[in-house]
Design a binder for this molecule. Structure first.
Ligand SMILES: O[C@H]1[C@H](O)[C@@H](O)[C@H](O)[C@@H](O)[C@H]1O
Ligand SMILES: [Fe+2]
Ligand SMILES: [Fe+2]
Length: 287
């Protein structure tokens, strides 16, 4: 991205975190990954992810998925398919992912009524998880992401020890702090572990849409918790990442704190969100 474009990043007014909080749940009660509290499915998903996500694996998955030959479907069709997906990495919720899409979008709509593109970003952000219904394992679809091609950071869920069986950690090219990267190369230039963030980002690039750069960035890095919530990987980020940071933080509030077992009435919300889809990402999309 050129410097001129960087300067155009719009400003988001960050709310006081206490302003957006589910009354029925303490914010500290989310994302509890302590081994005694977390379900086995969560531990297993991250164990497989941290063992098998390597540079070679991600290259292979990018080659495979970026042919976009899994059919042409609308956003609504994909959202409906996600009724069949329960995310095995998520310690907070056991309901199909389609509900989470509307919960996130509605949270954003309440606090950002003037930003329809942001609301739509909330609705869309996880639909890349459709990969799982087309054969990709959960450990390469869901969950928090990290950078491959350099040493894992301690703040990744389950820590550096969870990478003990990952072959890249034996590779002198990849096992150092910078690995295959140069200092502050920018997140645009790093290879993330393969999952729904990167897939949807690539799908959007391959199709016609009119979402702003901020939306693409939030989609691409929303699962990068070690970075946006723990301050890790700052040695790889650049000015664009700094400019975009408030947006990922703002997005994260809604992605995380709208998770509740109280399900939204999807049928009554559909017409409104269909109108946003028609405006920003209409018709059939190549997946
Ligand atoms: O378990 C969740 C879930 O898979 C989300 O979609 C992802 O964005 C989060 O990073 C992860 O913690
Ligand atoms: Fe996600
Ligand atoms: Fe999400």
């Amino acid at each position: 991205m050129s410097t001129a474009q960087v300067q155009q990043v719009s400003k988001v007014v960050l709310g006081d975190p206490s302003e957006f909080r589910p009354e029925h749940r303490d914010p500290d009660a989310f994302r509890d990954f302590r081994v005694h509290n977390v379900a086995d499915r969560v531990i297993k998903t991250y164990d497989l992810m941290h063992t098998n996500q390597t540079v070679e694996f991600v290259r292979d998955r990018m080659d495979y998925w970026m042919k976009f030959n899994h059919g042409e479907m609308t956003v609504m069709e994909i959202l409906e398919k996600l009724n069949e997906l329960v995310d095995e990495s998520d310690p907070d919720i056991d309901v199909p992912n389609s509900y989470h899409a509307y919960q996130t979008a509605e949270g954003i709509r309440q606090y950002h009524p003037d930003k329809p593109w942001f609301q739509l970003t909330g609705l869309l952000h996880d639909i890349g998880k459709i990969m799982h219904l087309w054969g990709e394992p959960q450990w390469a679809t869901v969950g928090d992401t990290f950078v491959v091609g350099c040493a894992p950071e301690p703040s990744i869920v389950f820590g550096v020890e969870s990478f003990s069986k990952n072959p890249d950690l034996q590779n002198p090219k990849y096992k150092t702090k910078f690995g295959m990267y140069s200092p502050n190369c920018g997140l645009d230039n790093v290879m993330m572990s393969w999952g729904h963030d990167e897939y949807l980002y690539r799908v959007l690039l391959a199709n016609n849409h009119s979402l702003p750069e901020e939306a693409l960035y939030m989609i691409r890095f929303h699962s990068f918790y070690p970075y946006h919530s723990c301050g890790a990987y700052k040695h790889l980020t650049n000015q664009k990442d700094e400019d975009m940071f408030p947006w990922i933080k703002e997005f994260n509030k809604f992605d995380l704190y709208t998770k509740t077992e109280e399900l939204p009435n999807v049928d009554s919300l559909k017409p409104y969100y269909q109108s946003l889809i028609d405006q920003y990402l209409p018709g059939k999309i190549k997946w």
